[in-house]
Write a protein that binds this ligand. Structure first.
Ligand SMILES: C[S@@+](CC[C@H](N)C(=O)[O-])C[C@H]1O[C@@H](n2cnc3c(N)ncnc32)[C@H](O)[C@@H]1O
Length: 247
């Protein structure tokens, strides 16, 4: 069974594509006439140019909105597509889940005629700048240390790429790991945590002491005092990165 057959049940509720991030992805895709979305999930960030979505989880496929691009149940490591199948291939917040990263990137390069766009994160930046994992959830930080893909490794596998920071808006509608950096109470909500693989996979028992400490710091006002600078910001670079490779 695919991992997201268990993790993905509420994805459509907590993970609505964010329009500001969507604009960044559209810009990164440039003038690509056709796009294949690999690790497509429920179809977030697909543009009208998307001709095919590739996704291994039936639970995620079932949440694709009516009228979405056609989808096939498959993995990045074995794309059921000919060489040079589309101008661009995108893979958003997915490469850290793949079982064989090198094989998956080789497949993206085989099917992309001109461009590959990947959204991922820089774990060094993330664990230093994101207060939740740095100050409260060291087990979650350690979990990501083990699975996060170093940006340099990805760039090397792509044969070179432009790396662009993607700051997270304070009211980001896509509830991924650091989306609630300015809305700390959200992390106390189990439904929010269920939509964040980092937290769902670290497990509730391991998270419990850190979440109790966060609840306490919020109730006493300690969190607000310590993070007054964050409350004045509209967006924050917590390590999310767009990689754009041209061929
Ligand atoms: C966090 S979701 C991202 C979904 C979508 N790209 C988005 O931005 O909302 C990660 C997705 O990667 C998929 N995935 C996991 N392993 C995969 C693999 N080996 N090949 C392709 N996709 C995979 C999961 O099923 C899940 O839908």
């Amino acid at each position: 069974m695919a991992l997201y057959d268990t993790l993905g049940a509420t994805y459509g509720r907590t993970r609505q594509p964010d329009p500001r991030i969507a604009a960044r992805i559209r810009a990164a895709l440039g003038d690509a006439a056709d796009v294949i979305n690999v690790g497509a999930g429920t179809g977030s960030y697909e543009t009208p140019h998307t001709v095919l979505a590739v996704e291994p989880s039936q639970v995620m496929l079932a949440q694709r909105p009516p009228g979405s691009a056609p989808a096939v149940c498959a993995v990045a490591e074995h794309l059921p597509l000919p060489d040079d199948a589309a101008d661009a291939v995108m893979a958003l917040l997915t490469v850290h889940h793949w079982t064989d990263l090198a094989a998956g990137i080789a497949e993206l390069r085989r099917v992309a005629r001109r461009r590959i766009v990947i959204l991922t994160w820089d774990q060094q930046v993330f664990r230093e700048r994101f207060w939740l994992v740095r100050d409260y959830l060291p087990q979650a930080a350690a979990f990501d240390d083990a699975r996060a893909i170093p940006i340099d490794d990805l760039v090397a596998l792509l044969g070179g790429a432009r790396v662009e920071p993607v700051p997270v808006p304070h009211d980001c509608t896509d509830g991924f790991g650091a989306a609630y950096w300015r809305r700390p109470h959200a992390y106390l909500d189990p439904q929010v945590r269920a939509g964040i693989s980092l937290l769902a996979q670290t497990g509730e028992d391991a998270l419990a002491p850190g979440l109790a400490a966060l609840a306490d710091d919020l109730a006493t006002g300690r969190w607000q005092e310590r993070h007054a600078d964050l409350l004045a910001r509209d967006a924050l670079d917590v390590g999310y990165r767009l990689l754009v490779a041209d061929y």
